[in-house]
Each structure stands twice: as C-alpha cells, then as structure tokens.
Design a protein around this ligand. Structure first.
Ligand code: TYM
Length: 322
C-alpha cells in the first residue's frame, strides 16, 4: 500500500519560484511513490479573493500550472477544495474541540494582528480548515515550505486531541520540508512572497524574468574585489537552478572578481530562463485546451470527495451524529 501525500496551494494568481521549489516540485518528484493528492485551496483563498470571475480564472490557472510543471493527471488526484465540502463539516467539528488561545498562537494570526489588520473569522480559523483538509484524506505526508510547518503541526495536535476524545480515528500527518528550499528568498532577501512584492514568477516572459533578476539587491563592493558567492542573495537564487558546470562558472564570477554584478545577473537570468523554458512552453500548449483541464479537475474532485465521504461516515459515527 502506497502512503498518501496531500498538499495545497491557494489560487492567488501566478505562482512564484518559492512555491515551485518549496512545494510544487516535491509533489512532481514524489508522484510515483505516493498516492498523491495535490489540491487548490479555494475555500481558504475566499479570505482574500472575493470576486467570482477572478476566483474562477485563478483556479483554472493553477490546474494548468500544476500540469505544466509535470504532474501527471493519470497518476495523481488533482482537485479543488470546494469539491470536498465535507472538509468544512470536519472543520466545524474541530472548531468545537480547539480553543481560542491555541489558535491565537498561529504565526499567520499573530502577524495579521501585529499589522493591525482586520481579521476575519475565516482567517482566524484558517489552520483548522487546513487540518481538516489534511486529516480527512488520511494523509501521511504533507510537502510544504517552512511557512506552513506550524499549520501541519497544528493538524497533528488536532488529530491527537480528537483521537483522545472520540477514540482512534485520524492518522498523524508529517510535514516534509526540504532544508535547502524551506524558505526561498525573494529579490530583496526576505522570504519570497506575493505580499512583499519580491517574487520571480514561474510563468512569465524571459524578458520579464531578466528585468526582475536585474533588480536583485547587491552591495557596493568594487568589480575587482573577490567575493564569497554564499553571501549573496543572487547566488542563493541562482543555486536553485544551476547544473554542476553552471554552478562552477557562477561561483568563479564572484570568487575571482573582475565581473560586474550586471553581468552575473544576466547570466543568472539566462540560467533561470533555460531551466523554466520547457515548463513555460508546455503551459502555453495546455492553455489552448481549458476544457480538458476542467475535466481533470472534475474527475479529481469526485475521487477526493468519495474518499472524504468515507472518512466522514466514520467521524460522524464517532461523534454520535449518525
Ligand atoms: P500557499 O498558497 O501560500 O503556498 C503554497 C506552497 O508554497 C510554499 N511556499 C514557499 N516555500 C519556500 N519558500 C517560499 N518563499 C515559499 N512561499 C510559499 C508554501 O509553504 C506552500 O507549501 N495554507 C497553504 C495552502 C493549504 C494547504 C492545505 C497546504 C491549504 N490547506 C493543506 C498543505 C496542506 C497556503 O496558503 O500555501
């Protein structure tokens, strides 16, 4: 029996290379080994996207993104969260056993509070819906970036608490976080995130990619000075994409001195564009046939829904609801 892998992404527009290396690539690499359930967290994103047209467009786009990076729809169950409404039922059941002080420890909540943002109940409850996503599918592993680690730990805690109260029901999931890509940095050296405006989009033109790479923050060292590539954000980004020869070459550009930052950046942009070209071309092909994409999503939704319904029958019984 294969173990189950599940992970989600919010349909919040164009994914960036942080999403790709932090999570999406892992799913592609693991799709043969696991029963793989990648999904689109559209219910979570209602906290930020409150426009039907934008929501629909973004959902189709994420499916195309997932397929373009190499997920094989014959191997994986690709679905959207709202096709599994049982998740919200389970979320409610979890709401009744999780305390407010526990949820107030969530980083996302604390950040929003620190920024004096108006926090919706949905934002506060975000980790519980995420726990429901994970636990309803009997998930073993959840590949994510570091920013989601606490959420997966919360899902474990919630599973343990439920099991304590109602008897053994849920598996305890484990986060898979790859050290080298746990936090992919953005063009300004902070964590790459759309909300910081520091992203390199996965799917954009080669010209735009180069333009963005040219904005990566450097220092004021002279051209001739020898530099340690590991001190530079530019190198950390390039490192995600390089092969052995390219790595040697770019390291030498820093270490030997004599090469200007503009030239190193141009070389980095080329490395990035070469790496992403096949995916970008595949995406263009897939875009021509959105109906097929939606068929894949519908089929995946049915499978994910059936699995969840089976689990919920048991949960309802455990809680005395049926
Ligand atoms: P989201 O949409 O913010 O991000 C999708 C995935 O990309 C990873 N990621 C990064 N990894 C490394 N470096 C970065 N700079 C970077 N930025 C983003 C995220 O860690 C994530 O793995 N809450 C989730 C969606 C979700 C989910 C789930 C995930 C809902 N339910 C159940 C797993 C299991 C989110 O907002 O991801």
């Amino acid at each position: 029996m294969k173990k189950t892998l599940l992970t989600g992404i919010q349909p919040s527009g164009n994914p960036h290379i942080g999403n790709y290396f932090g999570m999406m690539k892992q799913v592609v690499d693991m799709q043969d080994e696991y029963t793989t359930l990648p999904f689109i967290a559209n219910l979570h994103s209602l906290n930020t996207i409150q426009n039907a047209e934008e929501m629909k467009k973004n959902i189709t786009n994420v499916v195309i993104d997932y397929l373009a990076i190499g997920l094989d729809p014959k191997k994986v169950t690709l679905f959207k969260q709202s096709d599994v409404p049982q998740t919200t039922e389970l979320c409610w059941i979890f709401n009744t056993i999780v305390t407010m002080p526990y949820l107030m420890r969530a980083h996302a909540f604390k950040d929003a509070e620190a920024k004096n943002k108006e926090i919706s109940v949905g934002t506060f409850d975000y980790p519980i819906l995420m726990a429901a996503d994970i636990l309803i599918q009997d998930t073993d592993v959840v590949p994510v970036g570091k920013d989601q680690q606490q959420h997966v730990e919360m899902a474990r805690d919630i599973a343990e608490k439920f099991n304590r109260i109602y008897g053994e029901t849920f598996k305890l999931p484990e986060a898979i976080i790859k050290k080298e890509v746990a936090v992919v940095q953005g063009t300004d050296g902070q964590k790459m995130s759309k909300s910081y405006g520091n992203t390199i989009p996965l799917f954009t033109s080669e010209e735009e990619t180069e333009k963005i790479v040219m904005t990566i923050a450097m220092d004021s060292k002279g051209i001739e000075e020898k530099k340690n590539p590991d001190d530079y954000n530019l190198y950390k980004i390039a490192k995600l994409f390089v092969n052995k020869e390219q790595d040697t070459e770019i390291r030498a550009m820093f270490e030997n001195g004599g090469v200007g930052y503009a030239e190193i950046k141009k070389y980095t942009a080329k490395i990035i564009n070469d790496y992403l070209r096949p995916m970008r071309e595949k995406r263009k092909e897939l875009e021509k046939n959105p109906e097929r994409v939606l068929e894949i999503l519908e089929k995946g939704g049915k499978i994910a829904n059936e699995r969840a319904e089976k689990k919920m029958m048991n949960v309802r019984k455990k809680c005395g609801l049926r």
